[in-house]
Structures are given as structure tokens and as C-alpha cells.
Design a protein around this ligand. Structure first.
Ligand SMILES: [Zn+2]
Length: 466
């Protein structure tokens, strides 16, 4: 069956163009000048709305085991919430725990997701232990499993941590097989010392989570990762959840030198701060414990991050969606901030929060669409199937209403969380209609999709490298 989306303004990397979009089955069949499409088909009126490619959230953690508990969204609840927020693809992180066979970790993630997703999904692979076997597994995942990006941690000693030698070996392997290395860039060894010293002084409140993860230790790790990638002959490197000005400066310097160095930031770093959220009275700040941490509002981080999005030193906005309920989960850290599960839920709000940046004059419409959809598709080997409105691409389409309003609240969100990190935020725009592979799954706030309709997406190599 066919559907003609009429009267809207299509937003893509080349600008904003009034156009009608013909969907045939699961794909986009044609893009027409307004009023010139076929007349014998069902229509969807998009007058006054932006027609954008469905959002791609390249950093989520559904059901992630962490800190003695599990992220509270399943692939069912989390991908449904994503759909409500205009995100039609997620790339989640399958996990190889230390000592585990990589392929077993991947199989466990397929088992969690299979039959449960409301939108399409793909996986990156977290390597919890770099050794001869996991290096060999990297080749197999790239060639056979459609997994072309691997995440390593310079933080969390004893959990996910890789030392510099392990990182270098994985980067050399990625350089050979074309994969991208994703890096959690914080110096976890030094952070653990600061954490122990703070706890010994009786500093147990959530704000100390941020104070013990200073900017210098993000910037240092970012610099070290960039240097190690240089030694690995410019292995493609993607810094995840970049939060701090000096880390951004390291990425910008590498990019100015023509290196294959990329970075993402997340909405929490663009809107929330150490003082106002993490420093909330009592234990309240636990809601905003995430790593990297929220940064001080008295420094220039947020201004610099928005600037980085404009200049493409920050290429992607992901959420690092890793929700934990306040009750019984965040509360594990009462009296000891180091025991608070690290993570913020936001998979539902990314498209809206970045659109607010357009309203505020911080981003162009094109950069909005690039950072939330087109570039993640190119970066992670999903383009042009995803991330663009053009003939042959999957019909993942969001009608976005610039005259609508969205008020974010735990009362109305669809994520499995008992609070919202953005409670009370008002967005001057609204997700109106969400189409996933040709099927209208959200319209006028009502849900029409179902668990299991989302498909696994094997990915190709990045097409974003310089
Ligand atoms: Zn993460």
C-alpha cells in the first residue's frame, strides 16, 4: 500500500524543502515537488509540519546490568518510549563481561531484544576484556554479525576497564577490519582514588559523584585515547558522552589535524548542571548521577558544547539512555554516592530537547536533523537505509509540529522510570506523527505499534570517515 505525505517541509542535510513524500510499503518511493505526486493514493496531511527522518539514538542501554541492578527499561518499554519521542532506530550496547566469550555476550543481547522491540535496533559491542580471543571475535562480528563498532572503557576499573595496552591492541584490530572504536574517556584509576578520599572525609552526597570526576580526568583520557588511535595508524575513534570543554578542545584539535576522531554529546550535558541537578538537596541529586558527570554551570561547558554541535566537532547527539528508578535503584547509594547506579533516562526526549536548541537559535534545522539522525546513520553504517528522506530509504519518518508544545513529566512519559530528569521542561515543538518502515506507529499521542515489529539491523562499515 502507498501513502503520500503532503504539504510538509522536508528537512535534510541540504536544507529545508517543501515536498511531498510517497511511501510504498516499508520504503520511500519518491519525493515530489508540492502537489505533483500521484492523486490515487491515501494521503497524510503534513501542512505546517517538518518532515524529518526518524531519529537514530546511537547510545542506549536497555536492561543493562550495572551496580547490582538493571537499567529499568526493557527493549519493550524503552523502544516504545523511543517511538513516542520520534526515534525509530536505537543502537544499544551488547556487553561482553570480563571473562565471557564475546559471542555469548552478543547472543544474550539478541535474546533480550528479539521479539520485543517496537522500532528497529542494532548493536555496538562492549569489550569487557581485550585478549587474543576477543580480538579474533572483533573480526567475526564485523564480517558476520553486522557489528562494526566496539566500545572500550578507560573508567570503571575491575568492571569494564581496559588498560592502555589493551586499548591499543583493539584499536590496531579496528584499523585493520574497518571498525570504529568508541571510548568512554575518563581516567578511572585516578577517579577511584578521589572517590575513596571523598568517602573517607565523609563526603557521601550525590554531588560528590561529580566532584570526584573532574574535567581534567575526562580531558586527559580523551587526549590519551586520541594519541593511542594515532599510534594505531588513525584508527577511527568516537568519544562517547563528551561533557566538558577541555575534552571537546582535544577532539577539535585532532579534527583540525584531519584525524578520524569524532564525538557525541547528550542532552543532559546541554541542559543540566552539577549545581542545579546533581547538587539538589539531600539525596535528590541521585537522579542525575551519570558518567561522565554533569558539569558546573559556572564554567563554559554548555556554551562550548552547543558551539561544538554547530561546528561538527560534536557530530552526534545520543542519550546514553540508562534509566534507573529512584526507589530501590538510585536508593542503593544512600549514604555512599559511589553506590548510586550511573545513568539518566532520556530516549524519549532527545528529538524534542534538540529541537528546543533550534528554537533558541543555537542550532539550524539542518544541524538538528544531522545530529539526531543523518550523521549517526552515516557514522555507524546504516546510511542510506536510515537517516535520510530519499527514494529507496526505509520509510522512517517523523512529522514534527513547530507550533505544538511538549511538557516533559513523569506523569506523561513512557519510559519505565519513576521520575524524569527533565521534569517540567517545556519544548516549543511536538512530535506529531511517527512512521516506522511505512507504518504509522504514533499519531496524535496514540500508539499503534506493537512489540516485536522492530527488526535487527546488521550494520556496514562507517561511511563518515575522512
Ligand atoms: Zn553508555
Amino acid at each position: 500500500m502507498t501513502l503520500l505525505i503532503t504539504g510538509g517541509t522536508v528537512i535534510g542535510p541540504t536544507g529545508a524543502t517543501p515536498a511531498d513524500v510517497l511511501v510504498d510499503g516499508e520504503t520511500i518511493a519518491a519525493v515530489y515537488a508540492p502537489g505533483t505526486g500521484p492523486s490515487d493514493t491515501e494521503t497524510l496531511d503534513a501542512t505546517g509540519k517538518y518532515v524529518i527522518p526518524g531519529g537514530i539514538d546511537a547510545h542506549t542501554h536497555m536492561e543493562l546490568p550495572f551496580g547490582g541492578t538493571f537499567a529499568s527499561d526493557t527493549f519493550d518499554t524503552g523502544t516504545r518510549a523511543a517511538a513516542f519521542g520520534g526515534t525509530t532506530t536505537i543502537i544499544d550496547f551488547a556487553v561482553q563481561r570480563t571473562g565471557e566469550v564475546v559471542q555469548d555476550g552478543l547472543a544474550a543481547w539478541h535474546a533480550k531484544a528479539d521479539g520485543n522491540c517496537h522500532v528497529d535496533y542494532a548493536f555496538h559491542m562492549i569489550l569487557g576484556g581485550v585478549d587474543d580471543d576477543s580480538l579474533k571475535a572483533m573480526d567475526q562480528l564485523v564480517s558476520d554479525e553486522g557489528i562494526t563498532s566496539f566500545k572500550l572503557f578507560m573508567a570503571y576499573p575491575g568492571v569494564f576497564y581496559s588498560d592502555d595496552g589493551q586499548i591499543l591492541r583493539a584499536m590496531q584490530k579496528a584499523r585493520d577490519n574497518g571498525a570504529v572504536i568508541m571510548m568512554h574517556a575518563e581516567n578511572g584509576i585516578a577517579i577511584d582514588v578521589l572517590v575513596q578520599q571523598a568517602l573517607a572525609r565523609g563526603e557521601t552526597d550525590p554531588i560528590h559523584h561529580g566532584l570526584t570526576r573532574p574535567e581534567a580526568l575526562e580531558a586527559e583520557a580523551t587526549h590519551r585515547a586520541i594519541m593511542l588511535a594515532e599510534v594505531a595508524q588513525d584508527c577511527p575513534l568516537y568519544i562517547v558522552h563528551l561533557s566538558a570543554s577541555r575534552a571537546l578542545a582535544e577532539v577539535a584539535a585532532a579534527r583540525d589535524a584531519g584525524r578520524n576522531v569524532f564525538a557525541e554529546t547528550c542532552p543532559q550535558y546541554l541542559y543540566l548542571t552539577l549545581e542545579d541537578q546533581l547538587g539538589a538537596p539531600g539525596f535528590e541529586g541521585a537522579k542525575w548521577v551519570c558518567s561522565t558527570p554533569l558539569r558546573s554551570k559556572h564554567e563554559s561547558h554548555q556554551r562550548d558544547l552547543w558551539q561544538g554541535l554547530r561546528s561538527n566537532d560534536l557530530a552526534v547527539v545520543s542519550t546514553d539512555h540508562c534509566p534507573f528508578c529512584f526507589k530501590d535503584q538510585k536508593e542503593l547509594g544512600v549514604g555512599d554516592f559511589s553506590k548510586i547506579p550511573n545513568g539518566i533516562g532520556g530516549v524519549e526526549h532527545r528529538v524534542d530537547l534538540l529541537y528546543q536548541g533550534v528554537v533558541d537559535g543555537k542550532l539550524s534545522l539542518q544541524r538538528w536533523v544531522e545530529t539526531i539522525a543523518t550523521t549517526p546513520a552515516r557514522m555507524f553504517g546504516l546510511y542510506p537505509r536510515k537517516g535520510v528522506i530519499q527514494p529507496g530509504s526505509d520509510a522512517d519518518i517523523v512529522l514534527y509540529d513547530p507550533n505544538g508544545r511538549t511538557r516533559i513529566s513523569v506523569e506523561t512519559h513512557h519510559m519505565n522510570m519513576d521520575h524524569s530528569a527533565y521534569e517540567g521542561y517545556e519544548i516549543a515543538g511536538k512530535v506529531d506523527t511517527v512512521i516506522s518502515r511505512g507504518e504509522v506507529i504514533v499519531s496524535e499521542g496514540a500508539y499503534h505499534g506493537r512489540a516485536g515489529r522492530g527488526k535487527y539491523l546488521p550494520r556496514g562499515l562507517s561511511t563518515y570517515l575522512v
